[in-house]
Write a protein that binds this ligand. Structure first.
Ligand code: IMP
Ligand code: MG
Length: 178
């Protein structure tokens, strides 16, 4: 059973909603008159994607892909595998990849190269959270919700060993739980 008694909220759901609205406005300005394919990276980005797309009035299509993740540890192995691939061809499309968090950047780096090789018209990245302190590869997202310090966070889609995804806001996971 996952413990919840000492979780501390870092970013509230209200703050996330406000920021998601701002990001949606920015995205709309940048993609005016175009149609986008939103690619949600499962599982962590499912809640953020669901909120973000409801603030977007651009014509858009939502697709999902899943990559192998941390499992129950908090460190990236650096070995990234696509577990569930896209069901559509993105060649010639304007693609917006939606992630939960960029940490070492290894996952995003892999995904970016992989998707680029499929010939999209454009490829941009939107992430809810950015942890620049732990970056191992030079990669940045085009749209960033919040920059955070080197904490392990859970909630609003983000997990630790598949738990805590349902928390409404982004919470700090105490060291003693890890
Ligand atoms: P990266 O490859 O190290 O950038 O890790 C990216 C992935 O690791 C994210 O998509 C998350 O699934 C997971 N991750 C990294 N940091 C955290 C965190 O603080 N909480 C939960 N998951 C995280
Ligand atoms: Mg993820």
């Amino acid at each position: 059973m996952a413990r919840t008694e000492k979780l501390e909220e870092l970013i509230s759901n209200d703050e996330i909603q406000d920021r998601a609205k701002e990001l949606a406005e920015e995205i709309e300005r940048d993609y005016q008159g175009r149609e986008i394919v939103i690619v949600c990276v499962l599982k962590g980005a499912f809640i953020f994607t669901a909120d973000l797309i409801r603030y977007l009035s651009l014509p858009s299509q939502v697709e999902f892909l899943a990559v192998s993740s941390y499992g129950s540890s908090t460190k990236s192995s650096g070995v990234i595998k696509i577990i569930k691939d896209l069901d559509v061809n993105i060649q010639g499309k304007d693609v917006l990849l939606v992630e939960d968090i960029v940490d070492t950047g290894l996952t995003l780096n892999y995904l970016k190269e992989n998707l680029k090789s499929r010939g999209p018209e454009s490829l941009k990245i939107c992430t809810l959270l950015d942890k620049p302190d732990r970056r191992e590869v030079d990669i940045h997202a085009d749209y960033v919700g919040f920059v955070i310090d080197d904490y392990f966070v859970v909630g609003y889609g983000l997990d630790y060993g598949e738990n805590y995804r349902n928390l409404r806001g982004v919470n700090l996971l105490p060291e003693e739980y890890i």
